[in-house]
Write a protein that binds this ligand. Sequence first.
Ligand SMILES: Nc1ncnc2c1ncn2[C@@H]1O[C@H](COP(=O)(O)OP(=O)(O)O)[C@@H](O)[C@H]1O
Ligand SMILES: [Mg+2]
Length: 264
Amino acid sequence: MRIEFKALSKTFGTARAVRGFTATVDRPIMLGVIGPSGAGKSTLLRMINRLTEATGGACLVDGTDVLALRGGAKRRWQRDCAMIFQQFNLVPRLDVVTNVMLGRLNGMNTAASLFGLFARRDLEDALAALDRLGIAEHAMKRAEALSGGQQQRVAIARALMQRPKMILADEPIASLDPMNAEIVMQALRRIHEDEGITVICNLHTLDTARTYCDRVIGMRLGEIVFDGAASELTTSAAREIYGAGAAFNEAATSTSLDALAATA
Ligand SMILES: Nc1ncnc2c1ncn2[C@@H]1O[C@H](COP(=O)(O)OP(=O)(O)O)[C@@H](O)[C@H]1O
Ligand SMILES: [Mg+2]
């Protein structure tokens, strides 16, 4: 899948959340988007998935501008790019395996989905997805009974049920402790590798981007201020992204155990 962002832009009133975002992804990669709060990271993902409409530019996926799709084609695209959110967005009182099967809803006819008539095949696939994420033993529990890290893995299993061609993860580890953050990032990385699909992952921490991503785009005030290999993400590049002066402290943007210990 080839993705070309051409001057993708979003303004809210007079505020420019994303300005002229231009980049090409020509093979499946794990792409990290980093930047401080308000940089435009969520707006970028929401435009790609059509949760919010861009006010300018294009997003060409294998040559088709997905921002121009309507009706069924738009819904198919939304299924093709599965979203993962910071707050998991599960149905808390519903059991885990049913939450995962909800990932199939877009592909079902409305009457069948209303009555919860999932096919046996959906159940088998959901259990297999949970197993892949190492949480099959929690299948029958209510989602709310699981830890945050487990809930995020349920959300990833639900995303897999969409058979996505791309995964968009909006700060998937921002609510998790360092150990669970690592498990979730490893799960996303493995899905990228096993399925051969692009994962775009918004992160607010540098070290996570360096560890798990092939390429990193740094945003500040809606604009790209860095685009390169994770290994090129030097401290001075980080200063550019975070806009921090001499007082810049990398540990402040870090989730790692080492960095936490360093600030303790
Ligand atoms: N629905 C909205 N209405 C008005 N302004 C918004 C809305 N969503 C985001 N913004 C603004 O757009 C900018 C980028 O926000 P966002 O994409 O959420 O950044 P990030 O995810 O990097 O924290 C911010 O200035 C934010 O206040
Ligand atoms: Mg955000």
